[in-house]
Design a protein around this ligand. Structure first.
Ligand code: FEO
Length: 170
């Protein structure tokens, strides 16, 4: 049985992951609107991944005999200055999520809640993977450049990553 503090914190993380899914879905819409097909596919896939993160938490809270609660969510931002600035925001957002996961881990330690601590290890690894992915994408954007041809190449790279993801690779 989880403590009320832990259940509240996990429910708060359900909100964070759900919001992440919405943020990336809205970004996918912006990318489509701007004609970045590769980025759209990449962001749609990432939105689905965030939904899966949310569902894992939702399942865990329920399995432990507690009530998963879905709360009101922030409306995501729908306008961006550029593809590069959008990816900067994604990296910042993922760093924010990592901070939230770290806080959950600290709480599980404090409460000697070893089941939740074990459950959270997956998120610790996932956040490391996501920060690495977005930081390397940003590096590529900086390297290839922000002109027309650079953007075309970046969009193509994002499309390839989305296709690899859909095929089960990463
Ligand atoms: Fe589920 Fe990208 O954090």
């Amino acid at each position: 049985m989880l403590s009320k503090t832990m259940v509240d914190a996990l429910n708060e993380q359900i909100k964070v992951e759900f919001e992440s899914s919405n943020i990336y879905l809205q970004m996918a819409a912006w990318a489509a609107w701007k004609g970045y097909e590769g980025a759209e596919a990449f962001l749609r896939a990432h939105s689905e991944e965030e939904r899966m993160h949310m569902m894992k938490l939702f399942g865990y809270v329920g399995e432990t005999g507690s009530l998963a609660v879905i709360s009101a969510m922030e409306q995501p931002k729908s306008e961006f200055d550029s593809l590069a600035s959008m990816f900067k925001q994604i990296l910042e957002h993922e760093r924010f999520v990592t901070g939230r996961i770290n806080k959950l881990v600290e709480l599980a330690y404090e409460e000697k809640d070893y089941s939740t601590l074990n459950f959270l290890q997956w998120y610790v690894a996932e956040q490391h993977e996501e920060e690495t992915l977005f930081s390397s994408l940003l590096d590529k954007i900086e390297l290839i450049g922000h002109d027309g041809r650079g953007l075309y190449l970046i969009d193509r790279e994002l499309g390839k990553q989305a296709a690899a993801h859909a095929a089960g690779g990463e």
